[in-house]
Design a protein around this ligand. Structure first.
Ligand code: IPE
Ligand code: IPE
Ligand code: MG
Length: 585
């Protein structure tokens, strides 16, 4: 299960014991997942709690606590690179990350939030409370989702249910806060929004004094009702793998039982955490165990091969050393090889508007969709060409938010081709990380699910990042960014007068997409058509007359060679620019 390394076994056993002791309900839930996944769940749960405990440890001043959390995070960052740790909890977490190829860096923000928690938190309204709770909890849940993905159980949570999912997590958070009210009050903490306390005049003072009153009784009734509504989301598990659905449904059952215990506690709520009775939880868990066992027995859960040798020998090895071998792209039929581009002249990011499919087909007396079909091979060609020349980022514009204006038959074919491509996925064993950029609405659910699955399964590849823009619109991207910024402002986390270009860039739907160096459009049109307006602000533009289906990787190489001949000034005077003059022969 976790190999025969005694230190590692001890680390996982410690995580298991901690989970069981500190949160028996959580432990019982983890028992509902397949046995091979449990150690990773214990490690994730225990690490999250170890961090919370550090931030909460009242034997130290807040500065000291924040510093300890900071040290824990930096140590983890270092250990993720080396693959080992002297701290057993982090050792289990690092091993989990390596073993299951989890991208633990995604937890960084959540961990930093905990560091800020050490200084205490106050929320004026629900929206700032929600922003904090979600920032804290979602990334950990996302790790568990990735874990299941890696095990071959795609957690195809429907994107249109993201709100439902996030509200469910709000319910998890609120239930926790209500349960732990006594401990928090004893420490002088109150993790409830002022907006809610204001509805029950005097409740804030009464809580501070741990005084049970009509006002606090009203507040608790109101909040337990709210939490109960939030954790009751039947749509959440509809259509989900039955094993996972059992885990989530049971989690909701246990949370409701917990809320019943909160409601029944009365004044004792301020002095000890209420717990549902053993009989109540046993009644919920026994049938859940049977259902989960049956559901998992019908599913093959795959364990990835070990990614690293024993943790005690890995110190000298970098993660890259264990990267799986990928297939090389097939050569171009002409035998042509990519030109040698000096590293400092190579564009980092090439974006392509693949235009002219329809005209290519019409020129041949074929229906327009034949152009799209043939255009697909050109897209693969570009991926091969990008890998061969060593390009890091290639972004392809496949379907715009304006393309819905086309007739149903053409749209249907484009989506069917996409579906087929994603299902068969001929790029599987190339070193290509795929990403999808665009809006989920109007796209068929199975296409979205497949895209998410491919994104997830190729997430740790680092050769070429291939982003396909589907149902993408540049103005839509900017609008969504504005929404994200406005949310941050509303929650008090961002001052509108201090919003910088970096803030905007960080709130883009794909904040890690680099600027486009070269924008290439085929099909004899010279316009941008709502493509990547933020990223192309300083891109070199390159337009060619060929229709997309008649291009191949050699055209990409020509585009890149042309780029090396451009002079990029970025507003600076000619003498100070980085020149891309051609090399002397
Ligand atoms: C580009 O080719 C592909 C998509 C927009 C989906 P077109 O379909 O726009 O081809 P033309 O421009 O009509 O020739
Ligand atoms: C741009 O091409 C969109 C894609 C290539 C997906 P269009 O053919 O839709 O653009 P316009 O209509 O010519 O501007
Ligand atoms: Mg076109």
């Amino acid at each position: 299960m976790v190999g025969d390394d005694p230190a590692l076994q001890a680390a996982y056993l410690l995580c298991r014991a901690r989970t069981k002791q500190q949160d028996p309900a959580e432990y019982a839930l983890i028992q509902l997942v397949p046995a091979v996944l449990r150690p990773a769940c214990w490690a994730l749960w225990t690490a999250a709690n170890a961090l919370d405990d550090l931030a909460d440890d009242r034997t130290a001043e807040s500065e000291e606590r924040a510093a300890r959390v900071g040290e824990w995070i930096s140590a983890l960052d270092h250990e993720l690179a080396t693959g080992t740790s002297t701290d057993p909890i982090r050792l289990a977490l690092v091993d989990t990350a390596w073993r299951w190829r989890l991208d633990i860096s995604q937890l960084h923000n959540a961990m930093t939030l905990v560091q800020h928690d050490a200084h205490g938190r106050q929320f004026t309204d629900w929206s700032s409370w929600r922003a904090w709770g979600r920032g804290n909890l979602l990334p950990w849940f996302d790790q568990v989702r990735d874990l299941f993905d890696r095990a071959g159980v795609a957690v195809t949570l429907r994107l249109d249910r993201q709100d439902v999912y996030e509200q469910f997590l709000d319910g998890v958070r609120l239930t926790d806060i209500l349960t732990d009210l006594s401990a928090d009050l004893a420490q002088g903490d109150l993790l409830l929004p002022g907006q809610s306390l204001d509805q029950f005049p005097g409740s804030a003072d009464d809580l501070e004094q741990r005084r049970w009153s009509p006002s606090t009784a009203g507040l608790i009734t109101d909040l337990t009702g709210l939490a109960r509504r939030w954790v009751t989301q039947p749509a959440l598990t509809r259509g989900m793998h039955p094993g996972l659905a059992t885990v989530l449904d049971t989690m909701a059952d246990l949370l409701r039982a917990q809320l019943d215990a909160v409601s029944a506690a009365g004044p004792t709520l301020f002095h000890a955490p209420p717990r549902p009775s053993f009989v109540t939880t046993a009644r919920l868990l026994a049938p859940a165990r049977a259902r989960a066992a049956l559901a998992w027995s019908l599913t093959e859960v795959t364990v990835p091969p070990p990614r690293r040798p024993r943790h005690d020998t890995v110190l000298t090895q970098r993660p890259r050393a264990q990267r799986p071998a990928f297939r090389s792209p097939p050569p171009h039929p002409s035998g042509e090889r990519p030109p040698q581009i000096p590293v400092d002249q190579m564009p980092t990011h090439v974006a392509v508007i693949m235009d002219g499919n329809g005209r290519w087909a019409q020129q041949r007396g074929l229906p327009r969709h034949e152009g799209h079909r043939t255009g697909r091979s050109a897209a693969y060609e570009m991926v091969y060409g990008a890998l061969e020349i060593g390009l890091r980022h290639l972004t392809l514009y496949a379907f715009s938010t304006e393309n819905w204006k086309r007739d149903d038959e053409e749209i249907g074919t484009i989506l069917a081709l996409l579906h087929q491509e994603l299902r068969e996925y001929p790029l599987e064993d190339l070193d290509v990380r795929v990403r999808w950029h665009g809006r989920p609405d109007r796209l068929p659910q199975d296409v979205i699910d497949l895209m998410r699955m491919r994104e997830s399964s190729t997430r740790d590849r680092s050769g070429l990042t291939l982003t396909t823009c589907i149902n993408y619109g540049g103005r839509d991207e900017i609008t969504r960014t504005a929404t994200a910024l406005a949310r941050r402002v509303r929650s008090g986390q961002l001052d509108p007068d201090l919003i910088s270009e970096t803030d905007v860039a960080q709130h883009l739907p794909q904040p890690d997409m680099p600027d486009v160096d070269l924008l290439w459009r085929t099909g004899n049109e010279q316009r941008i058509s709502n493509f990547l307006p933020w990223h192309t602000a300083y891109a070199e533009l390159y337009f060619t007359a060929d229709y997309w289906p008649e291009t191949d990787r050699r055209h990409l190489w020509q585009a890149i060679s042309e780029y090396t001949r451009r002079q990029r000034r970025h507003g600076a005077p000619l003498t100070a620019v980085v020149s891309h003059e051609p090399q002397q022969p």
